[in-house]
Design a protein around this ligand. Structure first.
Ligand code: A2P
Length: 286
């Protein structure tokens, strides 16, 4: 079992370049899955207040028996807790639910720009980092204009932006802008399917499309591995969710082969100009 390589963030911390998505697993399920994932080399665990499973994540972490400093735990503040004081309280509650002293990465889950509280939320993040309760701070579903405001009004840029990203929604402009600002990009719903298909209008049979099958046959890999390799080969940090031990195992086994440039381009050609399904200028989540 090999661990995923790490990526250096703009604050000097290191993040594993592959993680376990936990939505929509409930407490009992995720508590079972984390030890299995840890055994397969997963060290980054991605949860959120709004996933409703932080208690199970904490139980899973303790059951996995991995030293705390070798794990990388992420959670996210929900829209209903935006604002300086509410954010600080929210983090305390998350730590209490997970029974942790700190998280490795704290994200603003959605910008909710119509509420216009994400800058105040960010100021709390900056202070929480100084207090040592969170190691790195970042955002999720933030567009260029939202990032610009954080930089202009606080002088502190996020270390990470977690956005919906898979070959058909490849977010080329957003990725390039984040890269230009030195912000690492995490891909949510990196396989573009499954439970998220129903919820966010994705494709149930995404991993069956002929082009992916063809490339998978060429390399003797699964289509899931081909898509996940496409992420890591461009420096993205994918967070696939699986509750099945075979898929968990296969998904992370993407660091021992590479795709030829021409195949990277063929997979990227699946981008059909589709916008992300959750447009965060419009969609607000609480
Ligand atoms: P399961 O938990 O049964 O494995 P995404 O992370 O893009 O949202 O996709 C998650 C969905 O894809 C889940 O429904 C998960 O179901 C399924 N899934 C995860 N890995 C694979 C894979 N390698 N092949 C097919 N389906 C997968």
């Amino acid at each position: 079992m090999a661990l995923a390589p790490t990526v250096k963030l703009n604050d000097g911390n290191e993040i594993p370049q592959f993680g376990l998505g936990t939505w929509p697993m409930k407490d009992d399920q995720i508590a079972d899955v984390i030890p299995q994932a840890a055994e397969q080399g997963y060290r980054l665990i991605d949860t959120a207040v709004n996933y409703g499973n932080e208690v199970g994540v904490g139980r899973g972490i303790r059951a996995a028996g991995i030293p705390r400093e070798e794990l990388f735990v992420t959670t996210k503040v929900p829209g209903r807790h935006h604002g300086y004081d509410a954010t600080k309280r929210s983090l305390e509650e998350s730590l209490e639910r997970m029974q942790l002293d700190y998280v490795d990465l704290y994200l603003i889950h959605w910008p909710n720009p119509k509420e216009d509280k994400y800058v105040a939320t960010w100021r709390a993040f900056v202070d929480l980092q100084k207090e040592g309760k969170v190691r790195s701070i970042g955002v999720s579903n933030f567009k260029a204009a939202h990032l610009d405001r954080l930089r202009d009004e606080t002088g502190v840029l996020p270390s990470v932006n977690q956005i919906q990203l898979y070959p058909s929604v490849s977010q080329i402009d957003a990725s390039a802008y984040n890269e230009q600002l030195g912000i690492a990009v995490e891909s949510w719903s990196p396989l573009g399917r499954g439970a998220n298909a129903k919820y966010y209008g994705g494709d149930e049979s995404y991993l069956d499309i002929p082009l992916l099958r063809e490339v998978a046959a060429k390399y003797g890999k699964t289509t899931g591995q081909i898509v996940l390799r496409w992420h890591v080969q461009q420096g993205l940090i994918p967070l696939p969710k699986s509750s099945n031990v075979e898929r968990l195992t296969a998904n992370i086994a993407v660091f021992d082969f590479s795709l030829e440039d021409s195949d990277m381009q063929r997979i990227s050609s699946l981008d059909d100009g589709r916008a992300e399904v959750a447009n965060s200028d419009e969609r607000q989540e609480f």
